[in-house]
Design a protein around this ligand. Structure first.
Ligand SMILES: [Zn+2]
Length: 358
């Protein structure tokens, strides 16, 4: 790891769940995307956490690797599916037939072995509309776990609290400079504004390099802008903020303008695999302010020899037609997934590049 490292802002990280972005070899990712988000627990299960990920994938050496904490797996397996249990010390659950006892310390240890540049403290997410007692419990445990994660982080890096403060990342308008791996804590509190503020306050007291909006960001299928604003307003404008799992192109534009710097989301790749392509306004079916969509598998594109998006300069739009991408996806050919994902990732890269120019 050669520090200092620079990250252009805003930054969008595609999700590389099983050690790669689904269907896309990492070296084909658009250059404007500064790195990837790796999923700590999946890398652990696959045994990919025994050495720095840059040893396995030297291409990542010039990139920024963001690792998650495993908190989302706690949420999805324990809260949504009732598999496993959680107490104030740890979370226990089974993932892909592997028993996992996840502690804040263990999460940091895995992230350290992966050698990620941006690390996240283990949090305790719950549904936004849980009762107040449950939300309080989530805020309390999240703060306790964040404190434990920070202790472990300092230990693993071999630095003191004073050194931690001295080497904090430098945040400028369109650039973040990292002098060491950084640690981001996740704010919980569900849809309760007071508890969101309380969670932010408690984490600020411990002190981190940045803070993330955690938990479920949607209400009635739409972005819960009000609660995300409460999160943003809990910090001064010189604080690095991360919107975990966010969002659509419109969400990213909106939230960046409100003060969030870092985003990750499965949408560009997941939607691509389902044949839902993001295109510039007036290039497809109107969807949002900053984008249209193409349901590329629809019959109407069967003989369409135009590129996915006339205005896109990605390699897919340069070399292939809608009819061909459609055929590959209809036939479930892996190349179809790759082409569709690449185009969508290029669309996101173009979107954040536009924001960097503003
Ligand atoms: Zn394209």
């Amino acid at each position: 790891m050669a520090y200092p490292k620079e990250l252009s802002l805003p930054a969008f990280f595609p999700d590389a769940t099983y050690g790669t972005v689904h269907s896309v070899p990492l070296h084909l990712l658009p250059n404007k995307l500064s790195g990837v988000l790796v999923t700590t627990l999946y890398l652990h299960i696959l045994g990919l956490d025994k050495q720095p990920i840059t040893s396995l994938i030297p291409w990542l050496r010039n990139k920024i690797v963001l690792s998650d904490s495993g908190g989302f797996q706690v949420f999805s397996l324990i809260h949504s599916k009732g598999q496993g249990q959680i107490d104030s010390d740890e979370a226990r659950f089974k993932m892909d037939n592997t028993e996992i006892v996840l502690t804040p310390e263990f999460s940091q240890q895995i992230q350290h072995s992966i050698g990620s540049d941006i690390r996240i403290t283990l949090d305790y997410p719950v549904w936004g509309d849980e009762n107040k007692a449950k939300l309080r419990e989530s805020v309390k445990i999240t703060a306790e776990w964040a404190a434990r994660a920070k202790m472990e982080f300092l230990k693993l890096l071999g630095i003191s609290q004073k050194e931690f403060n001295r080497t904090k990342p430098k945040l400028e308008k369109h650039k973040l400079t990292l002098y060491r791996p950084i640690l981001i804590a996740v704010v919980q509190g569900g849809n309760n504004k007071d508890l969101r503020r309380k969670s932010a306050q408690e984490l600020k007291k411990i002190g981190f390099d940045g803070y993330g909006f955690g938990g479920w960001p949607l209400k009635d299928g739409k972005l819960n802008l009000e609660i995300i604003k409460t999160f943003i307003d809990s910090f001064d404008t010189s604080t690095l903020l991360y919107g975990l799992g966010l969002g659509t192109p419109d969400d990213i534009v909106k939230l960046y303008k409100l003060g969030i710097h870092i985003f990750d989301c499965v949408l560009p790749t997941r939607n691509a695999r389902h044949g839902l392509l993001f295109v510039s306004p007036s290039q497809g079916e109107p969807r949002g302010k900053h984008y249209d969509v193409l349901h590329i598998k629809s019959q109407r594109y069967e003989s369409d020899l135009s590129p996915i998006d006339e205005t896109c300069n990605c390699p897919v739009c340069k070399h292939y037609t809608r009819a061909y991408v459609r055929l590959m996806l209809k036939n479930k050919n892996p190349v179809g997934y790759t082409l569709a994902s690449l185009h969508n990732l290029w669309f996101y890269a173009g979107l954040i590049e536009n924001l960097r120019q503003q």
